[in-house]
Ligand binder design. Structure first.
Ligand code: HEC
Length: 245
């Protein structure tokens, strides 16, 4: 009996050691860290929700995640599949576990320093536009407030004085421009200039894509849908003739 089982035992050990070495070789960064399990586009699980948006608070879901998704978590960069240098910048758990976040010293956080363009890392790499000073302060403020997985509900939508410079341009910078700029912008559409934005406003694709209308590709790609207030703001600007004001 014992004699017959021995070869089976040996081969079972052999096969499992092959399987183990295979999985270790291909996914080494899974060993020491928390595995980011969030699905792209559904990153608010477990976060604080339900509070009314306050001007003094930076919210991860509304303000921070869209910046990371459109500027860092691009395919071939820090998305779930490529995760260059082990950085998963596509979800809350990924940013927290691999982004070198320092709550006590926000501007010393790895991801923040990389965005400063001081020669250290220069992210996102050219020809992508560097992060704006508003985006940088949004991120450092969010970290300083505890880098929480928070989100809020807009109780009011202020649509007075909708302008390109104050409403549309920042919306594009935070949600679209990372993919729609540089040498090979998504769909060949460059949204880093007014002319580019005006073109998709005029052909109906701006409103169609962000409203997820049938016949249009849903944008931001792989991200959460813009809020009703953001969509209404875009609609108002387009109805004014999409001026460069
Ligand atoms: C993560 C990258 C990414 C983000 C963020 C993103 N896009 Fe796109 N977008 C793409 C890619 C890639 C395509 C081309 C898709 C294709 O052809 O399948 C595209 C296509 C488009 C198109 C053409 C769609 C069509 O139906 O012809 C428009 C318009 C557009 N995007 C607008 C936007 C706007 C507005 C935002 C921000 C609210 C945005 N995108 C955010 C990657 C992105």
């Amino acid at each position: 009996m014992k004699r017959n089982l021995f070869p089976i035992l040996i081969s079972a050990l052999f096969i499992s050691s092959i399987l183990l070495s295979y999985s270790c070789k291909h996914e080494p960064e899974f060993l020491g860290i928390v595995i980011p399990v969030d699905t792209i586009g559904n990153n608010n699980n477990g976060g604080t929700t339900g509070s009314t948006c306050s001007k003094d608070t930076v919210y991860f879901a509304q303000q921070v995640l869209p910046i990371f998704q459109s500027s860092c978590a691009l395919s071939g960069c820090h998305d779930a599949i490529t995760h260059k240098k082990g950085l998963y910048l596509n979800s809350y758990s990924g940013i927290l576990s691999t982004g070198g976040i320092s709550i006590s010293n926000p501007t010393n956080s790895k991801v923040y320093r990389a965005m400063l363009n001081t020669g250290e890392e220069n992210m996102p790499p050219a020809p992508a536009a560097p992060m704006t000073s508003t985006q940088l302060s949004t991120i450092s403020k969010w970290i300083g407030q505890g880098a929480k997985n928070n989100s809020c509900i807009e109780s009011t939508c202020d649509t007075t004085n909708v302008k390109y410079s104050t409403h549309i341009k920042p919306l594009i910078q935070n949600n679209c421009q990372g993919c729609h700029s540089g040498a090979t912008p998504g769909g060949g559409i460059n949204l880093s200039t007014y002319a580019g934005v005006k073109a998709i406003a005029d052909n109906g694709k701006f409103f169609g894509t962000i409203s997820h209308l049938t016949g249009y590709k849903a944008m931001p790609q792989n991200g959460n849908k813009l809020s009703d207030c953001q969509i209404t703001t875009v609609k108002i600007w387009i109805s004014q003739g999409s001026p460069e004001n």
